[in-house]
Ligand binder design. Structure first.
Ligand code: SF4
Ligand code: SF4
Length: 278
């Protein structure tokens, strides 16, 4: 069973939800796919951490064999190749590592070389298997690191997605059985919530909403959920004590019985809605 936690913007409580959901699940896997800012490890503090390098493949050109036909440049639909000073040149930021250019080169002048783009850290916190994807600074796309991280999914898996609704989020939820959308009951929070809701609807994912930091219902959000038959899984009121625990790097379900009940119930609801998923 794979549960993805998403929010349209940072600060809504996505990592808070993912960490606490994973901790409430007990024997489970937590995967931090927020690879530009992986914060889950600050709460889970995994031990026995091992790291492996994540690389992507880039084309490498043999100038001795290249005849300058430009078939590789014409083939690349991502416009990652240019022919400059009588040789092809790759823009690694936009290359999708599809390998197509090396296949179309009639001279066999293109091989692929590995370029490190990030690190995958794997460790243990109590019964939780903690997987953290970390993108190298300056890299344009976190997708290769996210793919590598998701390969470590096993058993009940909670995925902490990147914020927003870009392609890295799409990659993170692609194989999810259920999406928990974390929303703030404000005009801005509602706007961002709708963006992630559109994304998961497009991907035909089952989903529900966790309304976080709710002092009072925000009627446009309530109406949107009512009319769209989107289940509201939980409402968590703003609580300075929970905020202080979180700021202190503590896991709320381990310290607060009320929050533990919220996340345990969330798991029961999700299991009920998924039915027979892995
Ligand atoms: S397809 Fe091969 S031979 Fe043609 S320009 Fe590209 S690298 Fe050179
Ligand atoms: S590997 Fe694919 S995306 Fe990258 S330069 Fe070659 S054709 Fe373009």
């Amino acid at each position: 069973m794979r549960i993805a936690c998403l929010s349209g913007k940072g600060g809504a409580g996505k990592t808070f939800a993912a960490v606490n959901l994973a901790a409430a699940a007990g024997e489970a896997t937590y995967i931090d796919c927020d690879v530009e800012e992986p914060n889950g490890r600050l709460f889970l503090k995994p031990e026995k951490v091992t790291g492996t390098t994540v690389s992507c493949l880039l084309p490498d050109f043999d100038s001795e064999k290249c005849t300058g036909c430009k078939k590789c440049v014409q083939f690349c639909r991502f416009h990652a190749l240019m022919y400059v000073r009588e040789k092809p040149m790759v823009f690694s930021e936009v290359c999708h590592s599809c390998g197509g250019c090396s296949l179309v080169c009639p001279e066999g002048a293109i091989t692929e070389k590995e370029k490190p783009v990030g690190v995958l850290e794997v460790g243990q916190y109590k019964d939780l298997h903690v997987v953290t994807g970390i993108l190298n600074p300056g890299e344009a796309s976190g997708v290769p690191v996210i793919r590598a991280a998701l390969q470590r999914a096993q058993g009940v898996t909670v995925i902490d997605c990147p914020p927003g609704s870009a392609c890295s989020v799409m990659e993170s939820v692609m194989d999810a059985d259920y999406c928990v959308l974390i929303a703030e009951p404000t005009a801005f929070g509602f706007h961002n919530f709708r963006m992630v809701y559109e994304l998961v609807t497009l991907l035909d994912k089952k989903c529900g909403v966790l309304i976080n930091k709710q002092d009072a219902p925000y009627e446009p959000l309530e109406e949107f959920c009512r009319s769209g038959h989107i289940p509201v899984l939980a409402r968590i009121a703003y609580d300075p004590e929970i905020a202080a625990l979180t700021a202190d790097g503590k896991i709320a379900v381990e310290k607060d019985a009320g929050i533990r009940e919220v996340f345990s119930d969330l798991l029961v609801q999700i299991r009920g809605q998924i039915g027979g998923a892995r």
